[in-house]
Design a protein around this ligand. Structure first.
Ligand SMILES: Nc1ccn([C@@H]2O[C@H](COP(=O)(O)OP(=O)(O)OP(=O)(O)O)[C@@H](O)[C@H]2O)c(=O)n1
Ligand SMILES: C[C@](O)(CO)[C@H](O)COP(=O)(O)O
Length: 232
């Protein structure tokens, strides 16, 4: 097992357009505290994590700095402005991280990440994987749609729905993003897919996720989160 330090990066640079509030969704309250505070609490509590960096919507850095102080999240070393896209926020974090650290990227919009998931992601990296994603089975059949018409369906036995954290040896993710820089058609909605695409020989471990670790995406998800927080 390597002794590399583990940095959790909370990706909180979005504005939450689909939720539709004026405040970014990660600052909206669920069970009496901001969504991002729930996620921060999990990484603060985890014995597997040494340091936390937050990539926040540039216009709302002060709110996060204030809540870090209020809740005493002592592992948070930096609250930095996120980029225009999720991957730009990831790149921003990679620019400030150094050395052979292990990095867990987590959506601040997933408040109910569990201790087990965090620990298993770190174990997988310490066990030798240079990339790992959290994922759960899909209960739904996934189909392809074009121009409003269903064009086919995918074999569900080899599909999974990605959650976060996604973890990496820092150097592996830097390498993948450097190759992505040379691709004019680059787009991605998560980080593990960047490794899958640009470092195809790199095995990517899969940690079993949890239905509670869902992403607050639409307004209804705030109500679901509120209900779940009453029933652990
Ligand atoms: N420029 C961005 C965009 C998103 N994120 C973060 O990535 C996670 C997943 O993104 P998403 O759910 O799409 O959040 P938003 O971009 O805020 O939502 P929307 O797409 O509805 O605007 C969130 O924690 C979000 O804050 C980020 O760090 N930087
Ligand atoms: C990273 C992610 O949460 C994995 O499911 C997802 O891809 C983020 O997508 P979003 O459109 O930025 O919410």
């Amino acid at each position: 097992m390597s002794a590399s330090r583990v940095v959790a990066v909370l990706l909180a640079g979005g504005t939450g357009t689909r939720v539709g509030h004026e405040l970014p969704k990660q600052l909206l309250e669920v069970a009496g505290r901001p969504v991002i505070a729930h996620a921060l609490e999990a990484f603060q509590r985890s014995g597997a994590v040494d340091e936390i960096v937050v990539m926040m919507t540039p216009t709302h850095l002060a709110e996060v700095q204030a809540l870090v102080a209020e809740y005493g999240f002592g592992k948070v070393t930096r609250v930095l402005p996120g980029g225009d896209t999720r991957t730009a926020s990831t790149r921003g974090a990679l620019e400030v991280l150094e050395g052979d650290c292990l990095v867990l990227f987590h959506d601040a919009a997933r408040p109910f990440v569990t201790d087990r998931i965090i620990a298993e992601c770190v174990d997988a990296l310490r066990g030798g994987y240079r990339a790992v994603t959290t994922a759960i089975d899909s209960a739904d059949t996934i189909v392809t749609v074009r121009d409003g018409l269903m064009t086919g369906s995918l074999d569900r036995s080899c599909l999974a729905r990605c959650q976060t954290p996604q973890g990496f040896a820092r150097t592996a993710l830097v390498e993948a993003y450097s190759l992505a820089d040379e691709d004019p058609s680059f787009t991605a909605t998560d980080d593990a897919s960047v490794v899958a695409r640009y470092l195809p020989d790199e095995p990517i471990g899969v940690v079993t996720g949890d239905a509670r670790n869902f992403k607050i995406t639409d307004a209804v998800d705030l109500r679901i989160a509120e209900a779940l927080s009453d029933r652990p």
